[in-house]
Write a protein that binds this ligand. Structure first.
Ligand SMILES: C[S@@+](CC[C@H](N)C(=O)[O-])C[C@H]1O[C@@H](n2cnc3c(N)ncnc32)[C@H](O)[C@@H]1O
Length: 189
């Protein structure tokens, strides 16, 4: 928790939160991801590995899984917490290179912990484009947004961009046991 807050103070825009997600939010986002059916799963922005741990508990033994995290401190935290996880220190936008390295052209599911509401318009658009290109037809993209963040300009822009990339979009109920409270968008390509 303290390490996470320190990274927020050092890089507020890319860290995007003052605390790691709660186990309740981890349950909500992994339940929305339909992981049991997925053959290839990617996580963006693993932080301290809260979602990573839950993803590993929910995927099959044969499922290809890796995480992309830009902050080296968080890469190490995720690796310590989840020694079985493959974690690369790189930008989420480079996902296609790592899918190819794993012998995959596409993935079934992307679990995002990225701070979308803080991204500029060009960054949001480029990444949503990469996500939509990387998912198989009927693939799932899940991502959380903090209460209030959805009303910010970046949050509204993110929500309004989703229909251009996905055929079905739903959101979960608010997870109040999280700092700050958050909900999850679940999007099907
Ligand atoms: C809000 S934190 C979420 C961390 C963790 N998933 C959780 O829920 O506790 C966002 C994380 O995304 C990472 N991140 C931000 N932009 C990124 C990018 N473009 N590619 C990969 N990781 C990124 C940050 O370093 C940080 O670990």
């Amino acid at each position: 928790m303290l390490k996470f807050t320190k990274e927020f103070i050092l890089s507020p825009r890319s860290t995007g939160a003052i605390a790691p997600s709660s186990s309740e939010l981890a349950n909500t986002i992994t339940n929305a991801a339909n992981l049991a059916m997925a053959k290839t799963v990617v996580e963006f922005g693993s932080g301290t590995g809260v979602f990573t741990e839950r993803i590993l508990q929910n995927i099959g033994n044969e499922t290809v899984f890796f995480a992309l995290e830009i902050n080296p401190v968080f890469v190490n935290k995720t690796r310590q917490r989840c020694p079985d996880a493959i974690v690369y220190q790189d930008w989420a936008s480079n996902v296609k290179k790592y899918l190819e390295d794993h012998g995959e052209s596409h993935c079934d599911c992307i679990v995002s912990g990225l701070p979308w509401t803080l991204f500029e318009a060009a960054e949001q658009n480029q990444l949503l484009h990469v996500i939509s290109e990387s998912l198989r037809p009927n693939g799932t993209f899940v991502s959380f947004t903090y209460l209030g963040g959805n009303l910010s300009p970046g949050g509204r822009r993110f929500k309004n961009s989703l229909p251009s990339h996905f055929s079905r979009i739903s959101r979960t109920k608010m997870v109040w046991n999280n700092l700050p409270p958050a909900f999850v968008y679940s999007c099907t390509k």
